[in-house]
Design a protein around this ligand. Structure first.
Ligand code: CP3
Length: 361
């Protein structure tokens, strides 16, 4: 059944040619200018966000659809970006599986009951996203309605199995991932069951986001590349990633595979799936693009630290990324990791304007 504004019908058909520059670039189609959006484009560098955070906790923002939609739209209103990413985090879906999640000021995410035994893995639930992530799905519907007239697409997202497993086992962000790796190497069968449950929950969540109106999906694998060498990645992570990408290809919307720090095995990480490959800031874009194949669209890859530099230097770095993209179809301009809270909003504004001016054809 089609929804009143045709969301269901559109999400289901990948054949109709999109008009927005972002969705066109995700399919390698020619564009009038290079689309630009930014990882962590909503957040603490924006005074409007900080003002809301004085009144509400991070999880309250995520769990109140109207507030999550408002935060999602803040950077679109301020900077006229070419895509919106729904405001949430990769970790809230863990709550429905049985984890106690909190965002502690100055300390990042904390999971009180992290996994310490194989039994903990077997006790984890895999409830449907429609039940556990309903506020985010509703936020997507609100944002989609709001942005449809401006032809600005909404991106849904989730964390990849390894990255989520690392939080579930470490209880927070880790420097060396030793607990995670010790568990993976000591309890390979339970590790496989854990990643299997994470794939079930994240695939269901991503598909639900597409049904709610998300026009692209991004999978964040922030820590596998930092934690694992190539052989361990192939053995312990790639099968779960392949299963996740294969399941969500049924969504009928472009999928962005963003795997951070996988320079030593970019081909293998990109080979797990996804239509668009997110390139992190450590690799020169042209070299990375060549490695994944110029026929595959890419997203990236300005170093977010460049936004802390004077405009002269920032402009030089933006131009370098654009030159390496070489005007080929299928480039989505982005940072190669999330914007940091110290980012001056004016630099975001100038960046967006500059990419637009430099690439208008
Ligand atoms: O604008 C957007 O990009 C959408 C929102 C978004 C957030 N987190 C909001 C957030 C997205 C896509 C994420 C993804 C995310 N979260 C990742 C993958 C991408 C990456 O950066 O590698 C990871 C690893 C996390 C886990 C996470 N969440 C950490 C480590 C932290 C603490 C560090 C930090 O930056 O604060 C968070 C908290 C978080 N997620 C905040 C925001 C806006 C800050 C919350 C606050 O207001 O205090």
């Amino acid at each position: 059944m089609a929804s009143p504004h045709g969301v269901t019908a559109e999400a289901a058909s990948i054949d109709a040619e999109p008009t927005s520059v972002f969705l066109r670039a995700c399919r390698g189609l020619p564009v009038e200018r290079t689309p630009v959006w930014l990882l962590r484009q909503a957040g603490r560098y924006q005074p409007e966000y900080r003002a809301l955070r004085e009144k509400h906790s991070m999880l309250d923002l995520v769990r109140t659809p109207e507030l999550a939609a408002q935060v999602t739209l803040q950077p679109i209103e301020s900077f006229d970006l070419d895509a919106a990413i729904v405001f949430s985090d990769i970790l809230p879906p863990l709550i429905g599986m049985g984890f106690d999640l909190d965002f502690v000021k100055g300390d990042g995410p904390r999971i009180g009951n992290s996994i310490t035994s194989t039994r903990d893995v077997d006790l984890l639930g895999t409830p449907p996203a429609e039940e556990t992530m309903a506020p985010t799905l509703e936020a997507i519907r609100i944002v989609r309605r709001e942005l449809e007239p401006r032809d600005v697409p909404v991106i849904g997202f989730a964390g990849a199995p390894f990255t989520l497993a690392s939080y579930a086992i470490e209880g927070g962000t880790s420097k060396d991932f030793m607990r995670t790796k010790a568990f993976m190497l000591s309890e390979p069968a339970a590790w496989t069951r854990l990643l299997g449950k994470l794939v079930t929950v994240q695939a269901d969540y991503l598909l639900a986001q597409a049904r709610a109106g998300a026009q692209a999906l991004q999978v964040f694998d922030s820590w596998a590349g930092r934690a694992l060498g190539r052989e361990d990645y192939l053995r312990y992570v790639a099968p779960a990633n392949r299963e996740l990408y294969s399941k969500i290809s049924a969504a009928g919307v472009p999928v962005i595979n963003f795997s951070l720090g996988v320079g030593t095995y970019l081909e293998q990480a990109a080979g797990c799936g996804g239509d668009v490959v997110g390139i992190d800031w450590q690799l020169p874009l042209d070299e990375a693009w060549k490695r994944v194949g110029f026929d595959r669209p890419v997203q990236g890859n300005l170093d977010p630290a460049a936004l802390l530099a004077p405009w002269r230097e920032l402009r030089f770095r933006i131009d370098d990324v654009l030159e390496r993209a070489g005007g080929r179809p299928g480039h989505v301009f982005n940072v190669g990791h999330g914007l940091v809270p110290q980012t001056p909003p004016d630099n975001v504004r100038r960046l967006v304007q500059h990419v637009r001016e430099r690439t208008s054809r």
